[in-house]
Design a protein around this ligand. Structure first.
Ligand code: SDX
Length: 464
């Protein structure tokens, strides 16, 4: 890992250096500083040179939720939120969905270019032959209640993988990194299917190496007795959905994987952090929330009342809005096309009419368009999963399967980046200072405790 960046802004004589730089004047001192601009950014560490007194800490940036902060340099995924563009290693997502397969895209994300036939054959062989999970994982699952949420089970079992492959701690060993990528991409569908079968009290279905990646997942979910013939149209649609969910630059769960991985923990533990972040309803959990929302709306006539509730902040239009896309999410456009194809195979779903009308009304409404709220990847995907017979609480699990290849690609890129080191943000301290310890007998408070402790109102700072 690189040493601490020492570059800091130095006070200037006021004459601008021109070029790619920012000249700032600190009005507290009248001093001007030259800040270098590289790749559209200013290094936060350069602000530390801006001080009032020599022994000051210097300036920091304050950016809750990192809405305007680049945490890395990455060559994996390019997103242009205004134009609605998504490219993996420079290849537009539309072309990858049209011509590629999920396993080929997983290789592209991890190793930087499309594989040759022999590279793809070896990659596919390695993934297909590592789909089995250790039998003890089944004992781990037995500890869960029958109604345990499958994302909670997946979170636990992915983290448990780190205990089965202790050599993965050798994160600087290229062979260990490759095997971790293979094992995670290969085993997460198996762990996902085990969670589903546990929730139904059904025997687990082992991976079938005669099937391709998406067919095998459907088989592990739905096979009964000894036969299961995956519908090729559904398997193809699922493979496209896997491509669409594989990576999305520095989203919440990828940022979690990078941050946890920066402590040099093994990749299984780092990816488990990604599973945990994806579980949230504002992130990967949105696809499940969209289906519940459509079921609650129940019929097209209820859409106006629902949208009024959203505008009154009583609820959110799940599947709409995005931190980066301020235009239509290109993935939603592709998924919407596949919804119609899947429903041809499985039969109509009245929820599609509600979703289509809901989108139309929202995009005609200034509340949404003025906030640049458009359908995102989660708005239509649940309709396909439901049409395949996958229950709503499994939707985020199905999102986690392909995102595993993005997480491990980003983890590998981080480990190869000499600029990266352990993530350790700073803070603006707002608490008390230099308070004395008060013996318990001298403390004041309610005699009768009627609920959880209330947050104590901020006291004026001593000497303030
Ligand atoms: C994913 O980052 C990624 O790349 C994620 C992802 C990936 O592939 O990894 O693309 C996957 O997580 C897609 C997003 C799925 N989440 C949802 O669909 C949940 C619903 N969407 C929102 O909660 C929201 O849009 C976020 C979380 C996605 C983005 O939130 P931001 O960028 O923090 O925006 P914000 O909350 O500051 O909203 C700006 C304004 C606010 O209104 P004002 O207070 O300014 O008046 O828009 C409003 C918000 O209230 N708003 C919504 C809304 N989303 C934002 N109002 C109603 N419904 C919504 N869905």
């Amino acid at each position: 890992m690189a040493t601490e960046q020492k570059t800091e802004a130095a006070a200037t004589d006021g004459t601008s250096a021109g070029g790619d730089s920012l000249t700032v004047t600190d009005n507290r001192t009248g001093e001007s500083y030259e800040l270098e601009i590289t790749d559209g950014t200013v290094r936060a560490m350069d602000l530390r040179g801006i001080k009032v007194n020599e022994d000051d800490f210097g300036l920091m940036t304050y950016d809750p939720a990192f809405t305007n902060t680049a945490n890395c340099r990455s060559a994996i995924t390019y997103v242009d939120g205004e134009a609605g563009i998504l490219q993996h290693r420079g290849i537009p997502i539309e072309q990858l969905c049209e011509h590629s397969t999920y396993l080929e895209v997983a290789y592209l994300l991890g190793f930087g270019e499309l594989p040759t036939q022999s590279q793809l054959d070896r990659w596919t062989f390695d993934v297909i032959h590592h789909t089995f999970a250790h039998e003890d994982i089944k004992k781990l699952n037995e500890g869960f209640r029958h109604d345990a949420h499958p994302m909670g089970m997946l979170l636990a079992s992915v983290g448990a993988l780190s205990t089965f492959y202790p050599d993965a701690k050798r994160i600087d060993d290229p062979e260990e990194r490759y095997m971790a990528a293979i094992r995670l991409i290969a085993k997460v569908p198996t762990l996902a299917a085990f969670a589903y079968r546990h929730s139904l009290g059904l025997p687990y279905v082992y991976p079938d190496n005669e099937l391709n990646y998406s067919e095998n997942f459907l088989s592990m979910l739905f096979k009964m007795e000894n036969t299961y013939e995956p519908d090729p149209r559904l398997a193809k649609a699922l493979d496209v959905l896997f491509i669409l969910h594989a990576d999305h630059e520095q989203n919440c769960s990828t940022a979690a994987v990078r941050s946890v991985g920066s402590s040099q923990v093994d990749p299984y533990s780092a990816v488990a952090a990604g599973v945990a972040a994806l579980y949230g309803p504002l992130h990967g959990g949105a696809n499940e929330a969209v289906l519940r929302m459509l079921h609650e709306i129940e019929k097209v006539e209820n859409i106006p009342d629902f949208l009024e509730g959203v505008k009154n902040r009583e609820e959110r239009l799940m599947g709409f809005g995005h931190r980066v896309y301020k235009n239509y999410d290109p993935r939603a456009r592709i998924i919407k096309k596949h919804v119609e194809e899947v429903l041809e195979a499985t039969g109509d779903n009245p929820l599609l009419d509600i979703a289509t009308e809901l989108e139309k009304r929202a995009l005609d409404d200034d509340f949404f368009t003025s906030r640049k709220l458009y359908p995102n990847v989660d708005f239509y995907s649940g309709l396909i999963y439901e049409a395949m017979g996958i229950p709503a609480d499994m939707f985020t699990v199905v999102f986690a399967i392909p995102r595993t290849s993005g997480w491990i690609a980003q983890w590998m890129e981080m480990n190869g980046d000499p600029e990266q080191k352990i993530a350790r943000p700073r803070q603006i301290y707002t608490g008390d200072r230099d308070e004395d310890y008060v013996p318990i007998a001298d403390r004041e408070g309610p005699e009768k405790i009627t609920g959880p402790p209330a947050r104590r109102p901020k006291r004026p700072r001593r000497g303030a």
